[in-house]
Write a protein that binds this ligand. Structure first.
Ligand code: ATP
Ligand code: MG
Length: 315
């Protein structure tokens, strides 16, 4: 089943910036969907349009087959959004926050208590119950904020950069939490991120976004196949030897698909199996000493660079 369908969405801000430039995408029900893009690609704008905070200039969005803007009230009751800034009240405890949230959604007190207990147990948050939210680190606060947003039992949970600025431990705790949300509650998760590794680890589907448009969409595996070529990597025992061999290899295999990367030579190869045989034979015949020769699949980084012409930022 399709949870979200976006067709040709355009958003032009009043100052003339066109943040969304005809983006289309499809999110399957119950999946973790990652929107990957650099600063200013339009990720937050898209989340704000999908969650009905902003009206699009043009285009159509349906969720569970319903038009989002014609049935905004109903859609709002079925989704939740954790924005880039946390919305959880720092002066209250987690349970006070959760009970307050349930009032906003008019959930009966008995039900709310039950739901709260389920969520706290599911995410292992017992130890954060006692003290006000302000006493916890940024990473824990974000997880508490997500637990809070699960109180209304949303069908779709939108998360804008849920792990930005976190250390690796907090990030892994967050990934665990997202996987649990999908497994235990069947919630569709739509998240944005700068981190390729995160999208790769976590998502069923990734959409790479550039300048307000989708550049590619698919499973992490399908995106890797997008380049339709592997690389043959030859390792040497020193940079000097690699450099020396590089000249001889390019004479035979051509400069345009061969790269020198410190003590390695990389050959882009649409037919990696055949190339591996040719290159190994050449190295042996020419008596070039090498440490190893491998076929590598392109990384998501390679795909991203190819599609956007940019290196992904570290943060
Ligand atoms: N309220 C606004 N008014 C005018 N322009 C805006 C507004 N919000 C965002 N923009 C512009 O729209 C473009 C897309 O911004 P957006 O915040 O959606 O990108 P993003 O992918 O979320 O970036 P980041 O990774 O930095 O969060 C940018 O050029 C931004 O400056
Ligand atoms: Mg943003």
């Amino acid at each position: 089943m399709i949870a979200i369908n976006v067709e040709n969405l355009v958003k032009k801000y009043r100052n003339g910036v066109q943040a969304l430039d005809g983006i289309s995408l499809t999110v399957g029900s119950g999946e973790i969907f990652s929107l990957l893009g650099q600063n200013g690609a339009g990720k937050s704008t898209l989340i704000n349009v999908l969650t009905t905070y902003l009206r699009p200039t043009f285009g159509k969005v349906t969720m569970f087959g319903k038009d989002v803007y014609e049935e905004a009230t109903e859609i709002r009751s079925r989704i939740a959004c954790v924005a880039q800034r946390t919305s959880i009240d720092s002066h209250l405890s987690l349970s006070e926050n959760m009970m307050f949230q349930s009032k906003l959604y008019k959930i009966r007190k008995i039900e709310a208590k039950q739901r709260m207990e389920t969520l706290i147990a599911c995410f292992g948050l017992e130890r954060y119950l006692k003290y006000p939210v302000s006493s916890y680190s940024g990473g824990v606060k974000r997880r508490l904020d997500i637990a809070l947003n699960m109180m209304s039992n949303p069908k779709i949970l939108f998360l804008d950069e849920p792990t930005v600025g976190m250390d690796i431990q907090s990030r892994m705790a967050m990934w665990q939490m997202m996987k649990k949300i999908r497994a235990d509650f069947g919630t569709t998760i739509f998240l944005t991120t700068h981190y390729l590794e995160e999208a790769d680890q976590l998502s069923d589907t990734i959409c790479i976004m550039k300048d307000g448009k989708e550049a590619a969409q698919g499973t992490p595996h399908a995106l890797r196949n997008y380049l339709r070529q592997d690389v043959v990597e030859i390792s040497f025992d020193s940079k000097e030897r690699a450099k020396d061999s590089f000249r001889r290899i390019t004479n035979t295999f051509g400069l345009e698909r061969t790269n020198l990367r410190s003590e390695k030579i990389i050959i882009n190869s649409p037919k990696s199996g055949e190339d591996l045989v040719h290159v190994s034979r050449f190295l042996l015949e020419e008596q070039i000493t090498f440490m190893g020769i491998n076929i590598l699949q392109p990384s998501l980084d390679d795909v991203f660079i190819r599609l956007t012409g940019k290196q992904m930022g570290v943060s």
